[in-house]
Design a protein around this ligand. Structure first.
Ligand SMILES: Nc1nc2c(c(=O)[nH]1)N[C@H]1C(S)=C(S)[C@@H](COP(=O)(O)O)O[C@H]1N2
Ligand SMILES: [Mo]
Length: 307
């Protein structure tokens, strides 16, 4: 990969810029040779992920789409805002506190999280409730690996997630578009499903700020908003946790929010979607095409009621 010097910014697109942390690691690596490998273990680990059998073979969106068309309201509500306004965000140092209904509550540093389980590349279809979709090569590991370590108790029936609160670095948090911090939740069996991952990178590199650095959730069978970014807290709870979008508009965003072409959002049909980069729309698939793997989680539930 090309390493640009800071004094040579010619022709750099925002999406081309290597995250600063990794850039510094690489520079150190180049300067120190083999010894540098130890110092840049995080960065290198992110680059040496195994390809996963859970990946779709569909065409991957270009890195530029993935890093320049984002929803991350902490940096603004327009799709271009996260790329434009996340430059001052500092994804290091970072910790994620895991507590609530667990036997072993624990705070993990980002370095511990990067090494918690073998990293895999998961190429997933992602489908936003607004009607667009992308195919993204995430790097991460199943959320279940982390949950098993903290040992949920029998009362741990749901998992609540919270994004970092940093109005100084996140201009969107200075306005009240959502009740900050951003919050999401899953039922424990959804959270333990092998398709639900914690992502720490994409496209063979650490996560860009606009995609949820340094660690985020990715749940490919649910609308994009369930995949919470820049996580700092995970809490196991007995009752379904409050979620930001459900609090903001309960008739529009339910707790489950499984991708479902048969249940329309009050303002948009969910029957079809536009893959970013394509002109013609395509049919949206139940559970975003992951039904064979996840439909059994919802057996006996009326998904029009539990939307
Ligand atoms: N903290 C936080 N997480 C978030 C959001 C957000 O505004 N804040 N937006 C969600 C929505 S609506 C979508 S579609 C996805 C987009 O992820 P991407 O930008 O990596 O494609 O992030 C989700 N996670
Ligand atoms: Mo979304």
């Amino acid at each position: 990969m090309l390493i640009r010097r800071p004094d040579d910014p010619d022709g750099i697109l925002p999406s081309d810029i290597t995250p600063r942390e990794l850039y510094l690691d690489r520079r150190r690596f180049l300067a120190l040779g083999a010894a540098g490998a130890l110092m840049s273990a995080d960065a290198l680990a992110a680059l040496s992920a195994k390809k996963s059998l859970y990946s779709t073979a569909e065409k991957i969106n270009p890195l530029k789409d993935i890093t320049s068309y984002n929803n991350f309201y902490e940096f603004g509500t327009d799709k271009e805002d996260p790329a434009a306004y996340s430059g001052a965000f500092k994804p290091r140092p970072w910790t994620v506190a895991v507590d609530g209904e667990v036997m072993k509550p624990r705070t993990f540093s980002i370095d511990e999280l990067l090494k918690l389980a073998p990293l895999e590349e998961r190429v997933y279809r992602m489908r936003c409730v607004e009607g667009w979709s992308m195919v993204i090569p995430w790097i991460g590991y199943p959320l279940s690996a982390l949950l098993k370590l903290v040992q949920p108790t029998s009362r741990g029936k749901y998992v609540a997630f919270e994004t970092v609160m940093r109005p100084n670095e996140m201009p969107g948090q200075r306005s009240r578009v959502l009740a900050w911090p951003y919050r999401e939740g899953l039922r424990i069996d959804e959270a333990m499903h092998p398709l639900a991952i914690l992502a720490v990178g994409l496209y063979g590199d650490v996560l860009p700020n606009q995609n949820g650095a340094p660690i985020r959730l990715v749940v490919p069978w649910k609308y994009g908003f369930k995949s919470i970014k820049s996580i700092v807290k995970i809490r196991l709870t007995e009752k379904p946790p409050a979620t930001s979008w459900n609090l903001a508009a309960p008739d529009e965003y339910g707790f489950y929010s499984n991708v479902n072409p048969n249940v329309d959002h009050p303002r948009w049909s969910q029957a079809r979607e536009r893959r970013i980069g394509e002109f013609f729309k395509r049919d949206t698939l139940p559970f975003n095409g992951y039904g064979a793997q996840v439909a059994q989680l919802y057996r006996g539930m009326d998904l029009k009621v539990h939307f």
